[in-house]
Design a protein around this ligand. Structure first.
Ligand SMILES: Cc1cc2nc3c(=O)[nH]c(=O)nc-3n(C[C@H](O)[C@H](O)[C@H](O)COP(=O)(O)OP(=O)(O)OC[C@H]3O[C@@H](n4cnc5c(N)ncnc54)[C@H](O)[C@@H]3O)c2cc1C
Length: 340
């Protein structure tokens, strides 16, 4: 394993912005991973393990520690009655993992088709889409623990998953370096109810008992029509989380904006569509010349780097969007991808 100095991080974020890593390496197995973390320990510097950076925006000042890219690959299958356990490497391309499981007739991951990134990135924010979440099938993960200086296994419960979050994003950020993940999948077809847009796509084709391949195909169709391909249009997916407000505030907003899009949560609060808010302030499809940032026309929740060259430009544009929404609706948007 080679540790290189001063490596540009632009190619390690699908937003294509940011400075240099002080140190950089790629690891292909758990032993190289341990060696890399020990290097960071010996220099008393921070270390971060990443996939392809589809949820990371690097600061212009760069990363002052060691960036470890996971190239750890694996695909192991273990059967028990109707359950199938698959263990994959943290550096495996996520969509290729989903495709392999679907091709084998297994169900459990098909809703998460075409999400960019590596398998190792999925537990961090408990990735989810179209009614599926990684926490529904992940049974355990294997990681190097920088605190214990040892390899450990964490169960699903140990990961403390929540909506787009886990312990890896919160109190234990930077502590665990994941090298493999185990999922429990089923040989039975997927069970409904299905997410509204997916359900209507299936109904249009008269599919009442979809296979995991049907779900994967429809999810890919919906995503391809709606989302910008980061290779062509640099972006990090949904830029803002849907904000949660109280019922009273919704009533007030509804007086002026009866068409506001929202979902009622079981505990009584309201989740508002951040995409609707951005569209309501007239920014859908907007390209800002000064900052070089664009709001995607088919999904205004996505900010695209049209011709920005610095993260400062992205931050200025983000702040302007957040301020406009705050002024109009008294709602503060929060960001999904991390700025590191
Ligand atoms: C077009 C587009 C669509 C998207 N759609 C969705 C979606 O539908 N749902 C969704 O939830 N997300 C979505 N995302 C966000 C992103 O793809 C996911 O969060 C993905 O899982 C990130 O994987 P990655 O390998 O790129 O991780 P990175 O961006 O490289 O890293 C993200 C975080 O995970 C940590 N990390 C990564 N690998 C490891 C490891 N091996 N060990 C420890 N920590 C690690 C990093 O330190 C960082 O904190 C989308 C992004 C894009 C660009």
């Amino acid at each position: 394993m080679k540790i290189i100095e001063n490596v540009s991080l632009k190619e390690h974020s699908t937003m294509r912005l940011g400075g240099n890593a002080r140190y950089y390496c790629e690891v292909k197995d758990m032993f190289e991973l341990k060696e890399a973390v020990e290097f960071a320990d010996s220099k008393s510097i921070d270390a971060i393990m990443i996939g392809i950076g589809s949820n990371i925006i690097w600061q212009d000042s760069g990363y002052p520690g060691l960036v470890i890219v996971s190239n750890i690959k694996n695909y192991e299958v273990n059967q028990s009655l109707n359950q199938v356990f698959i263990t994959v490497g943290s550096g495996d391309n996520w969509d290729e993992v989903v495709a392999k499981t679907v091709e084998s007739g297994l169900s459990g991951l098909e809703h998460l088709s075409l999400i960019p990134g590596t398998a190792g990135g999925t537990p961090i924010q408990n990735v989810g889409a179209y009614g599926g979440e990684i926490s529904q099938t992940l049974t355990s993960l294997q990681a190097y623990d920088r605190e214990l200086k040892d390899f450990i296994t964490l169960s699903n419960a140990d990961c403390e998953f929540g909506y787009r979050t886990s312990r890896f994003k919160g109190k234990d950020k930077g502590r665990f370096f994941i090298f493999s993940i185990t999922f429990s999948l089923s040989k039975d077809p997927p069970r409904g109810p299905f997410y509204a847009s997916l359900d209507s796509a299936l109904k249009k084709q008269n599919i009442t008992r979809p296979t995991s391949a049907d779900i994967r195909r429809e999810v890919i169709n919906i995503r391809t029509n709606k989302l910008p391909d980061p290779k062509q249009y640099p972006n990090c997916g949904s830029f803002f989380a849907n904000p949660i407000i109280e019922l009273d505030q919704l009533r007030e907003i509804k007086e002026d904006y009866p068409k506001i899009k929202y979902w009622e949560l079981p505990e009584g609060n309201i989740k508002v569509s951040a995409a609707w808010l951005i569209e309501a302030i007239g920014l859908k499809g907007y390209v800002e010349k000064n900052t070089g940032m664009r709001v995607w026309d088919k999904q205004p929740l996505i900010l695209v780097n049209d011709h920005a060259t610095t993260t400062a430009q992205l931050v200025a544009f983000r702040d302007a969007v957040v301020d406009k929404i705050k002024n109009k609706f008294e709602i503060t948007l929060t960001q999904e991808p991390e700025i590191i």
